[in-house]
Design a protein around this ligand. Sequence first.
Ligand code: ZN
Length: 358
Amino acid sequence: MRNQRKLIAASLYIQGRGAIALLGENARKLGKRAYVIGGRTAISVTEERIRASLDASGIEVVAIDSEVKDCTYATIERLVEKGRRVEPDFVIGVGGGRAVDTAKAVAWKLAVPAVSVGTQCATNADGSAEFVVYTEDHKFLDAVILPDNPAIVIVDTDVIAAAPVKYLIWGMGDALTAKFEGESHAEAMRKKGGSVPTNTALALANATFESLMRNGLEAVEALKHGTHSDAVDEVIEAVKLSSAIAFENTGCALAHALHNGLTQTGTMKAEHGEIVAYGTIVQAAYEGRPDDQVRAIIDWCDSVGLPTKLSAVCDHDRDALVRAIEYACSKDANAESMPEKPDPIRVMEIMDRIESGF
Ligand SMILES: [Zn+2]
């Protein structure tokens, strides 16, 4: 179809303090038999509240599995087998990205809807129609696109705020890039004649960035002091809702390509969101955005505790770094979302300039 405009998202998103209490009454339309899947910590923190909410709405927990560590094909198969025996009406994934991704995969294979209950803020996978599969030794294997988004996303901010603050910082690092990668993706698609993202998705990417700049530091400070301020709620929405819809309806570009290049060519000492935050600084500078804007991103990252230098994310020597940049510019599919094929020599120059204090 020519001039197509398309946007996908979860059908229902509910965020708030004590939001798990609303799980049952909203899930009732999906059926009466729930299969709950998650990691041990996430389930132990939420099980009582989940059971109480489902029970109050006459929904039975037909099985619960709290052994999800990683989203691997073996784990998915084991849980699908269990699911076939108990025949649930829907699957509830409880936890971080690995748990909700596993639950989405299991629900899809059982041909029932998925529900996500996020318990920390490092991921925005809760509402996406995709799951990422890893090998047993936690190497990226596959990203599988699903026909449907989860039916319900529950974000209980009491639970998220009680998780270690590092998760929120990592989530902000990954969400930070939505504006930059989304905008370059849009420009690339316009130029190459591909499917251009909606203005709606781009507006959400920009809203994510502005919310993080405005509320990020205050939210981190609040959580470090054990308080739950409005800024915390703003950042949770920016990561879990705005950035999620923006990401899924635009595309990744140089920031994620660089992440993938670096993780392929050496050992990392930083998490996904931290590496992506650094990659965002590189992409913003590479695109020739005004120095003031790049410096504002660097200062903000410094203030919230995200890395702003390569030396903070990995110990690659020069050869490994050259290979990482080559991979990012030529082999990684995300490079297609740059308006021009990225030039490895310029990327290296930009990274050197950032390293010596932009
Ligand atoms: Zn990411």
